[in-house]
Design a protein around this ligand. Structure first.
Ligand code: ADP
Ligand code: TYD
Length: 207
């Protein structure tokens, strides 16, 4: 049982590749740790030894669209059981670089999988739990591409064409409109410093 007043929160970081999630997750972790919270930072796909093996497959192997969706949720099931639920029941705060909104954005928005199939998987893998807060880092595609090109070797998703990412971004924004209490859209075209001020404001309200 979590001590009263010590309940941790579950925060997820979302956005198209190159939007700035990884840049800001470290800031949020430090911000919370400085306020006495115990923070567990993790990511999807991945976050567990098995999940990291699935991540390798997901990011580098061609596969059927439904196989991809199922493996994303297989990784998530493991992540829930081994990391997210134990951490939350200890009263820790959990930060996850992507979660189920990414499946809706990429597998449904980007690739066209029927949303109802993802809703069925969501109902199976985490029927009760939703993030307390989802930070959606939003940038126009051109900005995200430019940031990505400058930094790294691109994986299977990052090599997709522009219209794929437009569709992912639109699905993220559609979900932000659908779940306004949970998903906060952060204008990620701003400077890193300006975004951090905004994040501090958002976190202040949450804790
Ligand atoms: P993601 O994790 O969303 O794919 P990253 O956090 O890795 O994106 O950011 C991609 C690149 O863009 C990195 O080189 C990062 O330093 C840079 N970057 C992130 N946010 C900003 C920003 N607000 N302004 C300028 N560059 C940024
Ligand atoms: P990410 O960790 O953001 O990649 P990077 O380390 O390169 O920043 O995410 C890996 C990729 O997986 C990303 O392109 C989005 C994709 N993805 C999905 O398609 N569906 C999902 O459910 C998740 C969690 C990720």
């Amino acid at each position: 049982m979590t001590e009263p007043g010590k309940a941790g929160k579950f925060i997820t970081f979302e956005g198209i590749d190159g939007a700035g999630k990884s840049t800001h997750i470290g800031f949020v972790a430090e911000y919370l740790a400085a306020r006495g919270k115990t923070v567990v930072s993790s990511r999807e796909p991945g976050g567990t030894p098995l999940g990291e093996k699935l991540r390798e497959l997901l990011l580098h192997e061609k596969m059927h669209l439904e196989t991809e969706a199922l493996l994303m949720f297989a990784s998530r099931r493991e992540h829930m059981a081994r990391v997210i639920e134990p951490a939350l029941s200890r009263g820790d705060w959990v930060l996850s670089d992507r979660f189920t909104d990414a499946s809706f954005a990429y597998q449904s928005g980007g690739r066209g999988l029927d949303r109802a199939k993802l809703e069925a998987l969501e109902g199976w893998v985490h029927p009760e739990l939703q993030p307390d807060l989802t930070l959606l880092f939003d940038v126009p595609l051109a900005v995200a591409r430019q940031r990505l090109d400058a930094t790294r070797t691109l994986d299977k998703f990052e090599r997709e064409q522009a219209d794929f990412f437009e569709k992912c971004r639109n699905e993220y924004l559609r979900r932000a409109a659908q779940f306004p209490e949970r998903i906060v859209v952060v204008d990620s075209t701003r400077s890193i410093a300006a975004i951090q001020l905004r994040l501090a404001e958002i976190l202040e309200k949450l804790s």
